[in-house]
Design a protein around this ligand. Structure first.
Ligand code: NDP
Ligand code: MG
Length: 387
């Protein structure tokens, strides 16, 4: 009997890599379900190759196209955002790998946790929105939550050298993105093309922009806070342009355990699927002699204000992180459409955080309300041409 994996967002950067990883793992693992938002053609092609039982297109406008491309394919075709929940709850699925982008993956992740499913999480935004609820649901229902994000996979691996009580701090590394070393003045007029040219990682457009603003690292601080039940004060960020040391854990005795690997998502994806086993896969080892030097520097909190705002949102807790995330998602979508400037993204996040009164101990509905409010606020700012 093979282990059945659902890949939510199979047509994206992480999703496509996950399919190759699963293929290389051999018959012990099979693809049970896949999803895309609009790319019906690639989704149908993946369905023909990997033979999943469930194939979902979350944007219903593309259901007709999926039916056409799928032809006589032997799979159940699903449509609409709720199809991700259907997949997450399906008896046909053992592991849910979430690789959709943004808040869209939230209900499916919570549904999988409530069903006690093994979760492999690349999609960090639901963690930022509802980390506490997600981890509580997972604990209550015996759901294993494994990180796919490379930094968190590294921390997860390094943590195995001690107990939670023995951790002094965790250090998330960051490549620094395309604008590392730039001043606040330098980044004022950067173009979309420049923001999309990441020096090391090849990723989807939203996370690539998030890396350029360093919002991505801020989201990762919040992700780590919930995933490892770690106070924000014990989470640091260190710039490491080579992206070989994926993150580090410092224990109370001063010992620092790091995880190293190529800047390639195959390894963290595979480990989240095969944990606790380590098996041969498509990821290659390191040739440190060829890399030669590994460098580290402190982040520039002034130029990359997003990092300070993210820390502040994480400290305040409650609905602040939701607002940080939703304002960013809305602003990045505007930037990708060419409607605002690069620096407006972080200005909009700051505007929303300043205007928002954070609420503590919130329900899921209150979190979703805060999310919707921040998106409306960004739209309103643009309508009134405040930015
Ligand atoms: P991509 O943009 O490459 O892919 C996103 C996937 O989600 C696609 O399958 C896309 O479908 C689907 N999708 C887009 N919008 C929606 C929606 N509204 N509802 C449901 N599905 C949707 O993103 P990445 O693979 O780069 O990133 C995915 C997630 O993983 C993000 O949360 C990111 O932060 C995280 N991550 C990514 C890393 C990377 O190396 N790329 C590293 C670490 C974390 P379609 O193709 O049809 O548009
Ligand atoms: Mg990461």
């Amino acid at each position: 009997m093979s282990i059945n994996i659902a890949i939510l967002g199979s047509t994206g950067s992480v999703g496509r890599k996950a399919l190759s990883v699963i293929e290389a793992l051999g018959p012990e693992y099979s693809v049970a379900a896949i999803s895309a938002h609009t790319n019906a053609e690639l989704l149908a092609e993946q369905a023909r190759r990997y033979r999943p039982k469930l194939v979902a297109i979350t944007n219903p406008d593309y259901y007709g196209a999926l039916r056409e491309f799928a032809g006589s394919l032997d799979a159940r075709l699903l449509s609409g955002p709720e199809s991700l929940v259907q997949i997450a709850e399906s008896e046909e699925v053992d592991i849910v790998l979430t690789a959709v982008v943004g808040a869209a993956g939230l209900s499916a992740v919570l549904a999988a946790a409530n069903k006690g499913k093994h979760l492999a999480i690349a999609n960090k935004e639901p963690f930022v929105i509802a980390g506490r609820l997600l981890m509580e649901a997972a604990k209550e229902n015996g759901s294993k939550v494994l990180p796919v994000d490379s930094e968190h996979s590294a921390i997860f691996q390094a943590m195995q050298a001690g107990t939670l009580d023995e951790v002094g701090k965790i250090v998330l590394t960051a490549s620094g993105g395309p604008f590392r070393g730039a001043s606040a003045e330098d980044i004022k007029n950067v173009t979309l093309e420049q923001a999309l040219s990441h020096p090391v990682w090849d990723m989807g457009p939203k996370i690539t922009v998030d890396s350029a603003t360093m919002v991505n690292k801020a989201l990762e601080v919040i992700e780590a806070r919930w995933l490892f039940d770690m106070p924000v004060e014990k989470i640091e960020v260190l710039i490491h342009p080579e992206s070989i040391v994926h993150s580090l854990v410092e224990f109370v005795d001063g010992s620092v355990i790091a995880q190293l690997g190529r800047p390639d998502m195959c390894l963290p994806i595979q480990y989240a699927l095969t944990y606790p086993a380590r098996v041969r896969g498509i990821a290659r080892g390191l040739e440190l002699d060829k890399i030669g030097r590994l460098t580290f520097e402190k982040p520039d909190f002034e130029t990359f204000r997003a990092l300070s705002l993210g820390y502040e949102a994480a400290r305040v807790g409650g609905t602040s992180a939701v607002v940080f995330n939703a304002a960013n998602e809305a602003a990045v979508a505007e930037f990708l459409e060419g409607r605002i400037r690069f620096t407006n993204i972080v200005e909009l996040i700051e505007h929303c955080l300043n205007k928002h009164k954070s609420k503590a101990d919130v329900t899921l509905d209150e979190l979703l309300e805060a999310d919707a409010w921040a998106r409306r606020e960004v739209a309103e700012c643009l309508n009134q041409k405040i930015f």
